[in-house]
Design a protein around this ligand. Structure first.
Ligand SMILES: Cc1cc2nc3c(=O)[nH]c(=O)nc-3n(C[C@H](O)[C@H](O)[C@H](O)COP(=O)(O)OP(=O)(O)OC[C@H]3O[C@@H](n4cnc5c(N)ncnc54)[C@H](O)[C@@H]3O)c2cc1C
Length: 489
């Protein structure tokens, strides 16, 4: 079923607006619980992650990482006789996005027992959703139990004079481009900007990366230093602590004036300066005006937000409206959004059956408790950065009596992976309870260390028990042993 618009005016159990990874997961959960669930999507089912974010960006990055790994291994290095084949990399990326065709995801939706309506959903009253389909039909739905907003986010352009006059790339164009530009200026040193700067540099573009502060500013300095050294080795021109003051098209490309007086000219410009939850135009303004929904006083424009204080994603002041994933604006990551989706889906089903009243308890299946202190995140540059939980400043700001143990990764498993392996790891400990609050790893291949750290943080495993989790030899995980030894065990 690629479309089912036959439910005009129907009463249904659950309406999910937005069929990205997160919306699919809520709908899958409520449908599996036997609730009549309608999923409303106005673009590709699977959303940003499948077509313009996680999957294509990693498909662009991994071949460069594999090549660098081979080049750094004597024996393998000698077999490397050329550079990346950009055409093949782009073709493989196209395959990972199914050439921007969502037929297989639509099949999954149908097989999961979810009814799909292709169109744009808007709230018209509490529990009432109006869907305008592509062919102009208007479908009215009334949700008995829940309406879920899983509408994602959109790029937030910075206020650079002239930006609206040039044809610039957002992350969508940067993940779907079919040719390697000769030169690329990237504005924004966050995760997306940094990953895409390295991907395109390794594919052959001359890349300049402009960051208002530092690259990957939310990660610890030693991790940032490793990534910056690698970007520079890839030929990326790093312009830190500088901002564009103007943009214009010239005969040579797009020209950026910088606040240090310099000018950067590039064939393409990528602006990757953050994202905003996609809640405008959903009808929230009217619900807030009518008093059916409280405004979120923390938002710059409270008419376009949902105040979520319940760990299941339930909007404050309602028993029917949920927000999850990027739309909820808490953690803009696919895996965490899908986790919120599982919690919301379970809570909707439990509330529908009268098995859950009020706020779900922490760490129950209906609560996304890990959102608060145990969010894992990977930066898929080469070297990678993988972090979970709190770093030292955040731990202290949260009131913990925290310490940090940090060291360079210098274990046999790492040395075997690459000649001149450089890596860094840190462990933040709650000194009162002797449990791990957060960990960060930087280095080639460290993303696969992260789940063990996530388990340690979520499980609040005491350090003296963690001591008995013996890392296999020779793996990079031996860094755990080194950290515990340095800590004093
Ligand atoms: C370049 C880049 C790389 C990233 N890499 C990673 C990564 O490696 N790992 C990771 O965890 N996260 C990554 N992210 C973040 C990740 O992409 C998002 O967190 C994730 O896509 C959010 O999923 P979502 O379902 O909430 O929103 P989306 O994927 O944006 O889905 C929302 C859907 O709702 C639809 N929609 C919106 N409004 C309406 C409406 N009114 N009616 C009907 N449909 C509507 C949209 O068409 C869209 O399909 C990356 C982001 C970017 C930009």
């Amino acid at each position: 079923m690629t479309a089912d618009n036959s439910s005009s005016g129907s009463r249904v159990d659950v309406v999910v607006i937005g069929g990205g990874a997160v919306g699919e997961n809520v709908a899958g959960r409520t449908a599996a619980a036997g609730l009549d669930t309608v999923l409303v999507e106005n673009s590709l089912i699977g959303g940003e992650c499948s077509y313009w974010a996680c999957m294509p960006s990693k498909a662009l990055l991994h071949p460069g990482t594999a090549l660098a790994a081979a080049r750094s291994l004597p024996g393998a290095a000698e077999a490397v006789t050329g550079d990346l084949d950009a055409r093949e990399v782009l073709a493989r990326r196209n395959a990972f996005t199914s050439n921007w065709d969502d037929a297989s995801q639509a099949d999954w939706v149908r097989d999961a027992g979810i009814r799909l309506i292709r169109g744009t959903g808007t709230l018209t009253a509490p529990r009432d959703v109006q869907v305008r389909t592509g062919d102009g039909e208007v479908v009215h739905l009334h949700a008995r139990f829940a309406v879920v907003l899983a509408t994602g986010s959109y790029p937030t352009p910075p206020p650079i004079p002239g930006l609206d006059t040039v044809d610039y790339w957002t992350t969508r164009e940067a993940t779907s481009a079919q040719e390697v530009p000769q030169s690329l200026a990237v504005v924004g040193g966050g995760v997306a900007g940094t990953e895409l700067a390295q991907a395109w540099a390794r594919l052959g573009a001359r890349v300049t990366l402009l960051a208002r502060h530092d690259v990957l500013g939310s990660f610890p300095e030693p991790a940032r230093a490793l990534v910056k050294a690698s970007l520079e080795a890839d030929g990326v021109d790093l312009r830190l602590h500088c901002s564009p003051t103007g943009v214009r098209e010239t005969g040579d490309g797009i020209s950026l004036s910088l606040d240090d007086g310099d000018t950067v000219v590039a064939e393409k410009l990528l602006v990757a300066t953050g994202r905003t939850p996609a809640l405008a135009g959903l009808g929230l303004e009217k619900l807030i005006e009518d008093g059916a929904l409280p405004a979120d006083p923390k938002l710059a424009d409270p008419r376009h937000g949902v105040l979520v204080t319940d760990p299941s994603g339930l909007a404050a002041g309602t028993d029917w409206l949920y927000a999850v994933g990027d739309a909820a604006g808490k953690v803009l990551l696919t895996h965490q959004g899908k986790y919120e989706a599982r919690a919301a889906g379970s809570a909707i089903a439990a509330r529908a059956r009268g098995k859950l009243q009020g706020r779900p308890s922490d760490w129950s299946a209906e609560a996304a408790t890990a959102d608060e202190r145990a969010v894992p995140q990977v930066v898929f540059t080469d070297p990678e950065v993988a972090q979970v939980g709190l770093d030292l400043p955040a731990a202290r700001a949260a009131g913990f009596n925290a310490s940090e143990t940090a060291l360079d990764i210098d274990v046999a498993g790492a040395a075997l992976l690459r000649r001149d392996y450089s890596g860094w790891a840190s462990m933040v400990v709650d000194e009162d309870r002797h449990v791990v609050l957060g960990m960060c790893f930087a280095g080639p291949g460290v993303s696969e260390l992260l789940h063990a750290a996530t388990i340690a943080v979520v499980g609040q495993v005491p350090l003296d028990r963690l001591w008995h989790a013996v890392p296999a030899y020779p793996t990079v995980s031996e860094v755990w042993l080194r950290l515990l030894e340095k800590y004093g065990l």
